[in-house]
Design a protein around this ligand. Structure first.
Ligand SMILES: Cc1cc2nc3c(=O)[nH]c(=O)nc-3n(C[C@H](O)[C@H](O)[C@H](O)COP(=O)(O)O)c2cc1C
Length: 387
C-alpha cells in the first residue's frame, strides 16, 4: 500500500489501562455470551424453548448478562435465502443484523463489551464507511464496541451480493488491507491519502476518534492465513477446536493450537487472546443434563441439519473442517454437558489448555442463562476463573 504521509496507525485498546477491553482482559477467564440474533440459535432441534431472534429477547439477555458480570456479548452475521437452512424450523431464516442490533444494545447497557460481525468484503463496503460507523458506535457505547472481521466463507453468500467468491487466502489479504486502512483512519491526525491494492483513500479523515485508540479487533479462524491476519491485527481470536466438538478430544488438541496462535502474535510483538465458544447444557446433576441433551437430540430437525451441513460444506472455512454433523441438533463448536461442578471442571481445563476466554451459547437461552448465573458462576469464582 502506498501511503503519502506517514500517519500513525491507531493504538490498541489494551494500551489504555481504563479501556473496557483492558478491564475484561484482567479477568482470569473472559466470559462472553453468544447472542441468538438468528432464529434457532445454534441448535437445529424442535424441542420447545424460549430462544428467540427478536431484539427484545436479546436485549433482556444482554441486560441480564451484564448484571451477572459477563464481559461481552457477540452477534454473528449470516445471509440466507427464504427458508433459512431449511427443515421444519426454517433454521436461521430470521436474523437481525448484529451491527445495528449491538448499536442499539449499547444504549441500554453500561459496561458490557459489544462485538458484532461484519462481512467487510461483501457489497460495496469501503474502509471509510466502517471507520466512520465504528467511530460512531464507539462514541455511542463509550469505547465498548468490537468488530469481528469476517471474509465470507460461503460462495452462496457472495453470490447474493452479485459477487464471485474470492479464494480463501486472498480474502485474508483483502481483509488485512481493509483493517489496516481502518486503523490508519482511526489513528491519523490529518487527511489521509492511500493507494492500496483493493481500496484507496484521498484526503480522508475521521473524527471523532475512537475513545481508546480504536475499537476492539476480532477474527475467527483456524487457518494459517487467518492466524497470520490475527497475529497482525486482532486483539481477540475466536478459535475452534481442531479435534471437533467433543470436549475431551478438544481439550487434548487445544494447548498446541492456542500456543501456535499466541506464538504467531508474539513474533510480531503482539499479545493475542484466544476465546472459544462452548455450547453449555447444564442441569443440577450430570444425569439430568444428559437426559435434557438426549431430548434435544431426539427432537432433531433433520432437514435443518442437512441444510446447515450442506451450507458449511459448500464453504471453505478451515476452522470447522473437523466438525461432522452428528452434534448439530445441539450445535456449537464444543459442547459441555453436565452438572455445575462438571461444567466448571471443563472450564478450568479450557483455561489450562491456553484459552483466555469462553463465549457461551445455550439451547434455551433465557432460563439456561439464569441457571448459569445461579449455579455455575459462583463455582467459577471459587475456582479462580472469575474475579
Ligand atoms: C465464534 C465464531 C463466530 C463466527 N461468526 C461468523 C459470522 O458471524 N459470519 C460468518 O460468515 N462467519 C463466521 N464465522 C466463521 C469465520 O468467519 C471463518 O470463516 C471460520 O472461522 C473459518 O476461518 P478459517 O478458514 O480462517 O479457518 C465464525 C467463526 C467462529 C469460530
Amino acid at each position: 500500500m502506498r501511503v503519502d504521509q506517514d500517519h500513525a496507525t491507531a493504538v490498541a485498546p489494551a494500551r489504555f489501562f481504563d479501556s473496557p477491553f483492558s478491564r475484561i482482559i484482567r479477568q482470569p477467564l473472559i466470559l462472553g455470551l453468544f447472542l441468538p440474533v438468528q432464529s434457532g440459535g445454534w441448535s437445529a432441534s424442535l424441542l420447545p424453548r424460549t430462544t428467540d431472534w427478536s431484539f427484545g429477547y436479546n436485549a433482556t439477555l444482554t441486560r441480564r448478562a451484564e448484571e451477572m458480570g459477563f464481559d461481552l456479548v457477540f452477534g454473528l452475521a449470516q445471509w440466507t435465502s427464504k427458508g433459512g437452512y431449511g427443515g421444519i424450523s426454517k433454521y436461521r431464516e430470521e436474523s437481525l443484523d448484529p451491527f445495528i442490533a449491538v448499536t442499539a444494545l449499547s444504549t441500554i447497557t453500561k459496561h458490557i463489551l459489544l462485538i458484532s460481525t461484519i462481512h467487510v468484503l461483501f457489497g460495496p463496503w469501503h474502509p471509510l464507511h466502517i471507520a466512520k460507523f465504528g467511530a460512531t458506535i464507539d462514541h455511542i457505547s463509550g469505547g465498548r464496541w468490537g468488530i469481528n472481521v469476517v471474509t465470507g466463507y460461503s460462495p452462496r453468500e457472495a453470490r447474493m451480493f452479485g459477487s464471485q467468491h474470492v479464494e480463501h487466502d486472498r480474502r485474508y489479504d483483502m481483509a488485512a488491507e481493509f483493517t489496516d486502512m481502518l486503523c490508519r483512519l482511526w489513528g491519523a491526525s490529518d487527511d489521509l491519502t492511500l493507494q492500496g491494492k483493493f481500496w484507496s483513500l484521498e484526503k480522508a479523515f475521521i473524527t471523532p476518534k475512537p475513545r481508546f485508540g480504536r475499537p476492539v479487533l476480532v477474527n475467527a479462524t483456524g487457518s494459517p492465513a487467518g492466524i497470520a491476519y490475527a497475529a497482525t491485527h486482532s486483539d481477540l481470536v475466536f478459535i475452534t477446536s481442531p479435534a471437533g466438538h467433543e470436549i475431551d478430544a478438544a481439550l487434548a488438541s487445544l494447548p498446541a493450537h492456542n500456543a501456535r496462535i499466541k506464538a504467531a502474535g508474539a513474533e510480531r510483538g503482539r499479545e493475542l487472546r484466544t476465546i472459544i465458544n462452548p455450547m453449555i447444557v447444564c442441569r443440577e446433576t450430570d444425569r439430568e443434563a444428559r437426559r435434557y441433551h438426549q431430548a434435544i437430540l431426539d427432537a432433531a430437525d433433520q432437514g435443518a441439519i442437512e441444510g446447515f451441513v450442506a451450507h458449511q460444506r459448500g464453504g471453505d472455512a478451515v476452522a470447522w473442517k473437523a466438525h461432522g454433523d452428528t452434534h448439530r441438533a445441539l450445535g456449537g463448536n464444543i459442547q459441555i454437558i453436565g452438572s455445575p461442578e462438571s461444567v466448571v471442571d471443563k472450564l478450568v481445563q479450557l483455561k489450562r489448555a491456553g484459552c483466555d476466554g469462553i463465549q457461551v451459547a445455550f439451547f434455551d437461552f433465557a432460563p439456561d442463562l439464569e441457571f448459569f448465573g445461579e449455579a455455575v458462576l459462583p463455582l467459577m469464582r471459587q475456582a479462580g476463573l472469575r474475579i
